[in-house]
Every structure is written in C-alpha cells, then in structure tokens.
Design a protein around this ligand. Structure first.
Ligand SMILES: *Cc1c(COP(=O)(O)O)cnc(C)c1O
Length: 469
C-alpha cells in the first residue's frame, strides 16, 4: 500500500496499539531481556521498504520485533535500577498527548499544555514542600533538570561576583568552585562539563560510608578556597545507599560562603511526600534549586523530570529565548522559559493525570510502602549467615554482599534471581566490593509481592550456601 493522505486516518493502528498495550500490561513477560541471545539479528533489522506499509501492519510488526528485547521495568519484580513503573493514568495521558500532537513550547502553541504544567508545578511544590514561589521546568529527566538548575546557578554566582555572564559569557569570568561528593551521581559531572566547568574547578569532597558529604571535609575545602563564586551540589538519595546529606549543615555553610546550593534529588526528594519520613530530608527546602525525576519514583512514563529553582527570575534568565516571533508572556506560562528546548512533548498532561490519579495520600503511601519493603528485606537478609547488608536503609535502596567461606557468590545470587523470570536485579562495584542492589521503585510492587521476594531470596541463598559447602 502506498503512503497517501489516508495514512493519517489509520485509526486501526491506534486500536491495535491499545489492544497490544493492554495485553502487555496484564501479561507475564520475562523481566530480563539479557536472557535473550544478543548476537541474533533483531526483528527491527529489516530493509526500509520503497513503498510505505499499512500503519496497522507496521504496529503489529513493531510489537513483534520489540517483545524479545523489552526489559520488564513496569513489573513489580524489577529492582535492577531506579526505574519507575509507568502509571496507567500517565500512559493514557501520554497517548492523548501524542494524539493531540501539541507542541508544548509556548502558551500560544498550546494553552492546554501550558495550563497543565502550571497546575501540576504548583502541586509538585506542595507535595515536595518546597518554596511555593519556585519555578518548575519539565525536562526529560534529572540530568537535564540538573543542567537547567545549574545554568541558573552559574548565572547567579557569577553575577554576585560582579561578572556579567549574559554579556561576557565564560570568558574572563572569576573562578568558580564546585563542591560535590566524590560519590555523587555521574550525571552531575557530565552536566558540569556541558556548562563549561572542568576538573580543576570541581572539588571532589571525600564522602562518608553512605556516599554523602563528609561535612568537615566540605567545610575545610570551602575555607581553604579563595574564590568569589561557589556552587555546592548535594544529594537527596545517593544512588547506592539512598543516603541524604545533612542539609542543616550544608545549607549553613552555603549561607556563610555565599554559595548556591543545588540538590540532586532524582528519586530521594520524594521522601518529602511522606509525613512520617520527611525528617530524613529536613531543611532541604533551604537550598536554591532541586532536580528530581518524574519517571522514577512518581511513576510518570518516560521521559519526565523537574528542574525546580527558588529564584524564578534567574531560572527564566538562564533558559528563556528571545526572538521577535516568540511572544513574551508575563502572566501566562511559556513552558520553554524553564527548559533548554523550544519544541517538545507536552509532559504536563501525564504529570497532571498521574498526580490526580494517585492523590497526595497515594504518593505518600507508595513512598512509605517501598521504604517499608526495603526495611523488611534488609531485616530478613541481615540475620542470614554470609549475608552482609552494606548500607543503612534510609529509603528504597539496599546493597547486599553474599559470601560463603571467602567465595563471593553475589553475582550468582543475582543470576539465580533473574533466572526465575520473576525478578530483575543487578550487581554493581562499590568501594571495592561487588554488591547486589535492590531498588524498590515500581508502583506495581505490593506488600504480598515483597513477602514472597523475601522468602525467595532467603531460600535461594540458604540453598546456594548449602550446595557450595
Ligand atoms: C537517575 C539519577 C540521575 C539521572 O537522572 P535521569 O532521569 O536518568 O536523567 C541523577 N541523579 C540520581 C541520584 C539518579 O538516581
């Protein structure tokens, strides 16, 4: 069939996609595509046809090609990385966002997309209990959220040091010192590079056992530096331990030295949604900016993150575009004023829909349940011989080593769990040790599921240790 104007009326393709989606979501797919042979040519590897094919057939072929290579990240047993489970309300909203084909850049290009972002931005600040006057940019994820927030930071600290960044750029600017834990998330180091900062400006501060700042070392570094402009990048939810910086101390140091405080809270910032657990992130609201993901703990479908900046004017100055044909809106929101891109997907619809669907209490309950589950798993593993629970459990991250008479069996436990098809876990090297990581972030994870996981891990381990003996 040739591509003709009818191809834009191919509603059968939409119906088929909905049907395939339902089937996938309710079906029991293997969680680990690593089980599929890698070398084999994939179903995608076919010639580009000269004439176009019927959209419905293409969608059927896409589904068939993709299935063997899909990671089960929407399933409760997926604990390999910090990845959310794509809430159904978000998926449905995303379908509509694509159906409506809105360009979310300006108020005029899609008033609905601007209104959805404005409304959900206010809810986000409320749930995270951050300064209500802060501005929120809807980014692809926490990496670009940090990029956005740190661009605002760069502008502000250079301006305070008497340098007009907008006119002069980075040329001849005063020295900027960036303080980050030596165990900070790698994406922050990339972001610093995109922003024009090199290794000599980055002070890698020694970290405590949980990867967060050794505040005494931070203070010493800040005292010994003779610079006019400083940025501190702190963590809420260190990727291995789930650890939090001491924001009371870190923010006091930032105040003393006139530093901008940014918080990488990609997943950990959501602890603020829990009245019972929010003390872990006490005084985090004293920072100047925060980056947090929507697609991890909040279960928004990929991709979605938030750049939150206390000084809204500074945020806009760092990101807004000026051109004759772009209207300058004062009282309505131009989404593009808060992110690097101009044209983009209307992410606000999915955020609005997921937050409405979960509600304040639903978000709070999910965060607490995932943290409880992690504690439960830690408690049950801790008393088993040969098992070393390495981190203090603050949140939803657990790092465990399994050894039997000097033999490191951690990797073996991981492959045993993955071979069941019910679980997906990964190992990582951290501080010279191989560790199995459990990241409990999938919205579909229930209490019952966790109890069976606990039982399975115990059984596997005791069985493995017995056979190794
Ligand atoms: C995932 C993660 C990031 C990066 O976020 P993306 O959404 O992948 O861009 C940054 N910091 C931490 C702590 C993370 O867990």
């Amino acid at each position: 069939m040739s591509a003709d104007p009818d191809c834009f009326a191919a509603n059968e393709a939409l119906e088929l996609a909905a049907q395939l989606a339902l089937e996938y979501r309710s079906g029991a797919a293997a969680l680990d595509p690593g089980a599929a042979p890698r070398a084999e040519a994939s179903g995608f590897d076919i010639p580009l046809p000269r004439r176009g094919r019927e959209a419905r057939k293409v969608i059927a072929a896409l589904d068939a090609a993709a299935r063997p290579g899909l990671t089960g990240s929407t399933k409760p047993g997926f604990m390999g990385w910090v990845i959310g489970g794509s809430h159904p309300a978000g998926i449905a909203a995303d379908w509509l966002a694509a159906t409506w084909g809105q360009n979310a850049c300006l108020y005029d290009s899609s008033p609905a997309a601007a209104q959805a972002e404005a409304a959900s931005a206010a809810w986000l600040l409320d749930v995270l209990d951050l300064p209500r006057e802060a501005s929120v940019g809807f980014t692809t994820g926490a990496t670009m959220a940090a990029f956005t927030a740190l661009a605002a930071a760069r502008l502000a600290v250079l301006e305070r040091a008497g340098h007009d960044f907008e006119t002069k750029g980075l040329f001849g600017c005063p020295e900027v010192a960036i303080y980050i834990s030596d165990d900070g998330h790698v994406t922050n180091y990339s972001v610093l590079r995109y922003l024009g900062f090199g290794d000599e400006q980055i002070r890698r501060i020694p970290s405590l056992a949980d990867g967060t700042f050794d505040c005494t070392a931070l203070e010493q570094a800040m005292r010994s530096d003779r610079v006019e402009a400083r940025i501190v990048i702190a963590q809420a939810g260190q990727i291995m331990s789930g650890g939090f910086d001491d924001f009371t101390r870190v923010s006091a140091l930032c105040r003393e030295f006139g530093a901008w405080l940014h918080v990488d809270g990609a997943f950990g910032l959501w602890v603020r949604a829990s009245r019972r657990l929010r003390h872990i992130a006490h005084n985090i609201d004293l920072a100047d900016s925060w980056s947090v993901d929507g697609h991890k703990w909040l279960q928004i479908p990929y991709d979605c993150g938030f750049a939150i900046v206390r000084d809204q004017r500074c945020h806009r100055r760092a990101m807004a575009m000026q051109a004759g044909y772009l209207p300058d809106m004062r009282d309505t929101r131009n989404n593009a004023d808060f992110v690097p891109e101009l044209s983009r997907r209307a992410r606000g619809f999915a955020v609005w829909a997921v937050m409405q669907s979960m509600g304040r209490l639903g978000i709070e309950r999910m965060v607490e349940e995932h943290c409880n589950a992690t504690h439960l798993l830690a408690q049950s593993l801790r008393h088993l011989p040969g098992v070393d629970v390495v981190n203090t459990v603050y949140l939803n991250q657990l790092a465990v080593a399994f050894t039997h008479e000097d033999a490191d069996l951690t990797e073996m436990v991981a492959s045993h769990l993955n071979a069941t098809g019910r679980y997906f876990v990964r190992t990582a090297d951290w501080r010279g040790r191989k560790l199995l990581r459990f990241s409990i972030t999938c919205g579909a994870t229930t209490d019952t599921f966790i109890r069976s996981l606990v039982g399975d891990v115990e059984r596997f381990w005791l069985d493995l240790a017995r056979r190794a003996a």
